[in-house]
Design a protein around this ligand. Structure first.
Ligand SMILES: CC(C)(COP(=O)(O)OP(=O)(O)OC[C@H]1O[C@@H](n2cnc3c(N)ncnc32)[C@H](O)[C@@H]1OP(=O)(O)O)[C@@H](O)C(=O)NCCC(=O)NCCS
Length: 175
């Protein structure tokens, strides 16, 4: 576990209504709050051990947003995957966005932006060549968020989600 300085990444007044939000690294004690946000905001849910394994393996890029009462109102988590390069000539590390969500009452305040920008610089240390993610083709707000970070749609994954919806596969090169 890092020091306070390592784990408290950013404290900011959200620019739209001056609510103080702390962006910091996730701890074991936060997992129930993370799961709560996930279950409210996304149809894809995961067992506890899955969150725990991401936290164990990639703690630097597993971030939470907490409100001034200490409640978790957002999170982001990444993992690293070794996969063929896009030209198929070699294997390389890719940073895969596992999940991001912000509680409905806290949206459009810049929280996802802060979570993504801080976690992307953290996952970079695994010498990844690209950031990759899947997003539901109907998820307009998330697609706009990723476009803001210069992700480009590289393809469509058919029936990617359990309910049969297709996903855009989006990629951003690491500079
Ligand atoms: C997608 C999500 C994480 C965005 O969180 P957020 O904290 O509201 O996003 P931010 O306030 O940081 O917005 C950053 C940028 O994302 C884009 N964006 C976010 N919400 C948007 C919306 N409803 N409509 C259009 N663009 C939107 C905008 O480009 C925005 O920048 P701007 O405010 O300067 O226009 C949030 O809507 C959410 O949790 N959705 C449900 C879970 C989900 O879909 N996760 C992604 C799964 S792939």
């Amino acid at each position: 576990m890092g020091t306070d300085k390592d784990t408290k990444i950013n404290l900011f007044d959200t620019y739209k209504n001056k609510q103080e939000i702390l962006i910091r690294r996730c701890t074991l004690d936060d997992l129930d709050g993370v799961i709560d946000v996930n279950e409210r905001e996304l149809p894809e849910d995961y067992p506890y051990f899955f969150y725990k394994s991401i936290l164990d393996d990639y703690p630097e890029s597993f971030l939470v947003a907490q409100n001034k009462n200490g409640k978790i109102v957002g999170y982001v988590m990444w993992r690293v995957e070794k996969a063929p390069s896009f030209d198929g000539l070699k294997y390389e590390n890719k940073g895969h966005l596992v999940s991001i969500a912000v509680s409905e009452d806290y949206r459009r305040k810049g929280i996802a932006f802060e979570l993504l920008s801080n976690s992307m610089s953290a996952i970079k240390k695994y010498r990844i060549k690209n950031y990759v993610l899947e997003v539901r083709v109907s998820n307009y707000s998330a697609i706009k968020l990723y476009e803001k970070f210069n992700f480009k749609t590289k393809g469509i994954k058919k029936n990617y989600y359990r309910d049969g919806e297709n996903a855009y596969f989006m990629v951003r090169e690491v500079k």
